[in-house]
Design a protein around this ligand. Sequence first.
Ligand code: SF4
Length: 286
Amino acid sequence: MSKIKVAELFYSIQGEGRYMGVPSVFLRTFGCNFKCAGFGMPRGELSTEVDKVAESIDNYKSYNELPLVSTGCDSYASWDPRFKHLSPVLETDSIVEAIVDSLPHKEWRDEHLVITGGEPLLGWQRSYIDLLSHPKMAALKELTFETNGTQPLTQEFQDYLRWKPNSWTHNRGYFALTFSVSAKLGASGELREDAIKPEIVVDYERFGYTYLKFVIATEADAEEALEVTKIYRDAGFVGPVYLMPVGGVESVYSMNNKNVALLAMKHGMRYSDRLQVPLFKNEWGT
Ligand code: SF4
């Protein structure tokens, strides 16, 4: 039986992208290939907020006690090694039990599963086969990977997904797979050559419904999103593109959300909210 290092597992409402508003279980895996320390900072500057949290790490015994940050990656504890002791390594069987136990009726009905991170496609793909093959997951109909779009699917996982009945080819008894790709723009602090991997995202489209979701603070970010979208389009990407306001805390989000909606309209792109911010203040576990 395989294992996954689990940062968080909780039931909430999906606040972003295609499944906004849908009751969802979130499995947040530990580990990321990026740091995205630039979010919310003037271009070129890196946030030190997380460093301050790490300096007082002994004060925090669980995720729910951790403070929110207004700059840098808002899920910092799911990949920063200074917080790794908060994320237990669990066998897939016990993860499935916890997932099903979090459902309101203790069985799948209209809920959707989100595997997020960190970067969920980094090292756990073998374990997802065990997780999704578990009998208690047979009634799951909709699954989203929230990924940064830099990690290719392993051959083994591709083979598994290819043979799993999928909504692309089946109308009944379907399983719908989505890749929500939050490709990182310059404001994240990551380099474009590391962050923009169009051939990998185009490959996701062979296995599920795939869209791009760019985090936007300014008009310049929206312009960059257009430029980067062209790179994906030139590589053959056909899916939709969302603009989503930056803002892991409500004050930053509410300064941005309407402007980003207007920018999305101006450029003929989709708008994604971050409903978890106004609804739940983006606290850990929401
Ligand atoms: S890719 Fe996502 S999880 Fe990883 S550091 Fe960037 S924002 Fe955080």
